[in-house]
Write a new protein. Structure first.
Length: 283
């Protein structure tokens, strides 16, 4: 099993490059960072987990710049977006940023994508209706894959439209970095089954994780694909322990991503406390 580390990457925490170096030295296979370009001050949308929104959400560093610094400071650790809110980006600019990051890292990027949970955040930067956000993400991923793989690309869709263009550099990984879809619920699962290279769910999103894994396999098979060909990177928000990781491994999870708490001191204690799990379970 692979073990990833997902720090909050807030601007009041340790430098991303320093976290990546330490994670690589400790045996983690990947470093994961999230994305929120902003958080609307209105706070009309309640966080899916309820309660007050943690400060870290509006203090996240830019993921592309963060992972570029991590790439320059490391040599083998995977660099993962968990997740990029693709609908909040202009498509041609996004294609170039992703490809450049994969190129400068020597093909170490895992490109996690998602639609987000905050209606006002999407509305501030996009005309995509909230109810159609998954459809728009599917189209966006399809266009990105073409832009990464082909010399001249134009696209005409319901949500993505641009005239034939040349967009370089191309990613080091061809035909492009793996696209991992992060989602909850049956709709998201169907999208994973249809076109994702991997799935990165949250363990706290399951009432019964065994049932959730079986639903995933059923959805993938219904889409005509092999569930074993879509690796799972499970975000572990609940307190990790050996029994839990053993269960995930039994269920076919390829990677467990340890979601670390906010703050430099709490992060350091968390990493120290869970080093025995990395030593015991990491490939």
């Amino acid at each position: 099993m692979k073990i990833g580390l997902a720090p909050t990457n807030s601007d009041y925490g340790p430098a991303t490059a320093d976290m990546a170096v330490e994670a690589e030295q400790r045996g983690y296979d990947s470093l994961w960072v999230g994305e929120h370009s902003h958080i609307p001050a209105s706070r009309e949308t309640i966080h899916p987990d309820g309660g007050d929104l943690p400060e870290l959400y509006w203090h996240m560093r830019d993921p592309f710049v963060s992972l570029a610094t991590a790439a320059a400071a490391t040599s083998k650790i995977k660099l993962a977006m968990g997740v990029c809110l693709v609908l909040e980006h202009e498509i041609l600019d996004l294609a170039k940023s992703v490809a450049t990051l994969d190129e400068v890292s020597g093909g170490r990027l895992l490109f996690g994508v998602g639609v987000g949970w905050n209606r006002e955040e999407l509305a501030n930067v996009s005309n995509v209706p909230w109810a159609l956000r998954y459809n728009a993400m599917r189209e966006t991923v399809a266009a990105l894959r073409l832009l990464w793989a082909e010399h001249e690309v134009g696209y005409s869709g319901e949500f993505v439209n641009f005239a034939p263009a040349w967009v370089y550099p191309k990613p080091a990984q061809q035909p492009g970095p793996p696209v991992l879809v992060g989602c909850r619920g049956r709709i998201g699962m169907r999208h994973v089954a249809e076109y994702a290279d991997g799935w990165c769910p949250l363990d706290v999103g399951f009432r019964d994780i065994r049932v959730g894994m079986e639903r995933f396999r059923t959805a993938v098979e219904a889409a005509g694909r092999d569930p074993d060909a879509i690796p799972i990177s499970m975000y572990c928000y609940a307190s990790p322990d050996a029994e839990k990781l053993e269960l995930y491994r039994e269920l076919g999870v390829e990677r467990v991503v340890l979601a670390a708490p906010d703050g430099q001191d709490r992060l350091a204690r968390y990493v120290d406390r869970n080093q025995h799990l990395v030593d015991a379970f990491a490939d």
